[in-house]
Design a protein around this ligand. Structure first.
Ligand code: FES
Length: 146
């Protein structure tokens, strides 16, 4: 059912954890399955993502897509990170079963939410970035982690 890459990123996730002083944090959830994904970004003054970590409370595909998404945005500029769509994450994982496509969508939304948080904190506008649809506050879900 899952590709080797999905299994690899699920059993050996990259960049799992949190950043102490992140430039931006994005937390999103899927109302239907109840899964939650949080992405932390460390962005330098040249708008390059130096570090990225994730915490995911969810299914195996959500863990694998979080892991791959963090790998894909690391070292990228903000503009390049915006191109890391759920499709790009799925392609990098050699595909996901149709019922698991929404899991990869969480990764895209979490990256966008973290970038949105960064933009808000720094009072800048990131061209092409839309306000996240889902915004789950820290308080509501502080006990949940992967
Ligand atoms: Fe919902 Fe995977 S089943 S994120």
């Amino acid at each position: 059912m899952y590709s080797e890459k999905v299994m690899d990123h699920f059993t050996n996730p990259r960049n799992m954890g949190e950043l102490e002083n992140p430039s931006g944090v994005g937390t999103v959830g899927n109302a239907k399955c109840g899964d939650i994904m949080r992405i932390y970004l460390d962005i330098d003054e040249n708008h390059i993502i130096n570090d990225c970590k994730f915490k995911t409370f969810g299914c195996g595909a959500a863990v694998a897509t979080s892991s791959m998404a963090t790998e894909l945005v690391k070292g990228k500029t903000i503009e390049e990170a915006l191109l890391v769509t759920n499709k790009a994450v799925m392609e990098a994982l050699d595909g996901l079963p149709p019922v698991k496509v929404h899991c990869s969508l969480l990764a895209e939304e979490a990256i966008h939410a973290a970038l949105w948080d960064y933009a808000k904190k720094n009072d800048i506008v990131i061209e092409g970035l839309k306000e996240p649809k889902q915004d789950i506050s820290e308080e509501e879900h502080e006990d949940e982690e992967y």
